[in-house]
Design a protein around this ligand. Sequence first.
Ligand SMILES: [Zn+2]
Length: 438
Amino acid sequence: MSDLLIKNGLVITMDEHGNVISNGAVLVEDGRIEAVGKNVKPKTKPEEIIDARGKIVMPGLVCAHVHIHMSLLHGSPLDLSCSSTLLRQLFEEKIGRREARMGALLSGLELVESGVTSIAGDLPCSIGGGKILEEVATLLERVGLRASLGISVTDERSDREGARGVRENERFIKKMRKKRATKVQGMLGVGDTCTVSDELLCHVREAADRCRARVSVETSRSIVKVYSSFEKFGKGNVERLGDLGVLGPDVVLTYCVHLSRNEISLMKKSGAKVAHIPISDVLEGGKVAPVVEMRAAGIPVGLGGGGYSSDMFQNVHFAYCIHKLQSVDLGMLSLYELFKMVTVEGAKLYGWDGKVGSLEKGKMADILILDPSFLPTPVLSTNVFVQVLRAGRRAVETVMVGGKFIVRDRRLLTVDGVRIKEEAKGMIENLWKKLKKS
Ligand SMILES: [Zn+2]
């Protein structure tokens, strides 16, 4: 028996032809998509039928890079008063594992409530130790998200801390595999390349080869980071990664704002992928990541919110605006291309292609139902992407991951979100006070 038939919706498939189906249907069976189309006829009566008339049905969103602990800073009176990098350092020194857990949980809630079903999340090296990755994995599994998790290692403070981070990442990767975790996987995170020695970068590469896991590296976020790399190592960040043999198809480079032509070519040759963080480009100032050039070179690019926003509709909007501002060709990066980056293309970054990111037979049933009825203008197959953007997270009515309802009729079903948010407020206020004093 089929589990669920969603019918009469405006279905955005994000398949390779970009099909949008009016009065379309999606059939779900055993957590996977069994059929998508105009005339879907289940062989037997489905257990449940959702009439999505007037609604949009689309794949769950992929957030390609999020600092899951940094939700504790969202809305802080401090967040724009000093350099975001400096604030992040101060903040990461002040938080312990308890705060990191709460931050991750709050991020999880905000992500899923805004239609995100898969994330790549990192935690700072300073709060490693113990089993923080396992603890965060348990919380995110409880919320219902798909996640790739890792500690962003650096040996800026000590060699010991860097080596410990790699060990913890490797242990976590193996543990998730042994457990046969279906939603959470480990990855080898690397903090800003300027803060990581050649030895540690090579150590991460060896670990990735040993356990065949993805590597996520933060790099070339601002011009300061490029100067710093030339000063310390005599070359650009990505060039250095290339020379050390770190680049490869299993590597996701985050930020990538200031790149030379040679570096883009190195990335292309190695098969490395990119997570673009548009809000970071704005806050760091100076330049927008060369997304059009990277994609033209065949490099898959996903979108992330970094430490700034878990709302991927907002991140798409930011990206749409900043790339329009910098390019004379207004058609360069269309909304359709941006939605590809936040679904099917983003899924390629962490090995989820073939599994999530589009509504196609055989893929996991990670599905959103949006209700855009509050918009004053019609939603048609010809304007659906712009209307999805206008409606944003307000329209997210139902979120399903692997065929399981996480949000239904705007109500979070997996955890008590209201209580968690209430409990977090006291902790966050104290943290903000501590940060203000320092
Ligand atoms: Zn980051």
